[in-house]
Write a protein that binds this ligand. Structure first.
Ligand code: OGA
Ligand code: NI
Length: 340
């Protein structure tokens, strides 16, 4: 097991070779990428999605053009989001020994740690993370859940229920925005949805321009809900060959679709490639909630989206986490293996 990046950051006077990031051209999942430009990611008022056709159109064009949006008026109280941020920071700022009680085991995805390493060539991410399955409840592996801070589990369970509800709202709205029956995406979830939480900790890095917090990737989820750090930016989205910084919108959640939504929508909604830059002075903590169908369930493009003009682009697939992770670490996209 590698040392955690937190410890490397504290004890190193030279950047270990394995963290030196590749140039954009060396990642096979990026065509071209220029310098980033400041921009505004679309902002969507979630409370209007059930009643306003114009908000629904805005959502559709946000997802078609960006694959993501900033969700405001989503119904989760700002004070509760602060609580989620607080438990995350409390955990990551515990002494190393305490955090290691939740350490990921060699071939498990869940737990606390840094990258799963599949090859010597793999460039390592400048991040430590805690990865846990939140839903379904009976699949929680409590040995990986922090006991400290004491209210960690209670807050994460409550956050999981709130995100599950919002996921339903978003999935229905996405279906309606394409003039489809509103449950057509939800129906592919089976009887339960799966919700994985990833708490990301990016320590400050003296060599911030030489590393990446997260390599370019698209998410394996259907929908991802990202709670950004309140003060420190870092996320960038690739659009039309350019990296765009995703600004912090107070109390918003940054929502993006993942590979499974790209498949279910037969490629209309594109799962966006994104990456994370790190900061030289400040730590950054984010919480990503990945919503997706239960594992036993195949997903496939929705019938109504397959026409003579738009032939079916993807096979029936089940998305395993291990398969996704291997592709991620190799810099390839699991979705490419799902194409017909
Ligand atoms: C992720 C992710 C972005 C961030 O966890 O998949 O893209 O800003 N996180 O932490
Ligand atoms: Ni991501």
């Amino acid at each position: 097991m590698n040392n955690q990046v937190h410890e490397i950051a504290a004890n190193c006077d030279q950047l270990p070779q394995r963290f030196i990031r590749k140039r954009d051209e060396e990642y096979s999942n990026i065509a071209t990428a220029d310098a980033s430009s400041p921009t505004n990611i679309p902002v969507i008022d979630v409370s209007l999605l059930a009643s306003s056709d114009s908000e629904l159109d805005k959502l559709k064009s946000a997802i078609i053009n960006w694959g993501c949006f900033q969700a405001i008026n989503h119904g989760i109280e700002a004070s509760f989001l602060d609580k989620v941020r607080e438990i995350s920071k409390l955990f990551f700022n515990l002494p190393a020994e305490e955090k290691k009680k939740c350490l990921r085991e060699e071939d498990d995805v869940e737990g606390y740690g840094n990258d799963m390493v599949f090859s010597d060539q793999q460039v390592l991410d400048w991040t430590d993370r805690l990865y846990i399955a939140v839903l379904p409840h009976d699949q929680q592996k409590l040995r990986f859940w922090p006991q400290n801070p004491a209210h960690f589990r209670e807050v994460v369970d409550e956050y999981g229920s709130k995100i599950e509800l919002m996921n339903e709202v978003v999935l229905k709205a996405l279906a309606r925005s394409l003039k489809l029956e509103e449950n057509c995406f939800l129906d592919q979830y089976g009887t339960t949805s799966r919700l994985l939480a990833r708490f990301n900790y990016y320590p400050p890095c003296p060599w911030s321009d030489k590393v990446l917090g997260l390599k370019p990737h698209s998410d394996g989820s259907a929908v991802t809900f990202l709670l950004q750090d309140k003060d420190v930016e870092g996320l960038q989205i690739l659009k039309d060959g350019q990296w765009f910084g995703v600004p912090i919108v107070p109390n918003a959640l940054t929502i993006n679709v993942g590979d499974q939504m790209e498949i279910m929508s037969n490629g209309i909604f594109k799962s966006p490639i994104h990456r994370v830059l790190v900061n030289s002075k400040d730590q950054r903590v984010t919480v990503a909630m990945f919503c997706m169908p239960q594992t036993e369930k195949d997903i496939e493009p929705v019938d109504g989206l397959i026409t003579d003009d738009m032939p079916r682009l993807y096979k029936n697939v089940t998305f395993s986490l291990e398969f996704y992770m291997k592709n991620y670490q190799h810099g390839t996209r699991s979705i490419d293996a799902c194409k017909i």
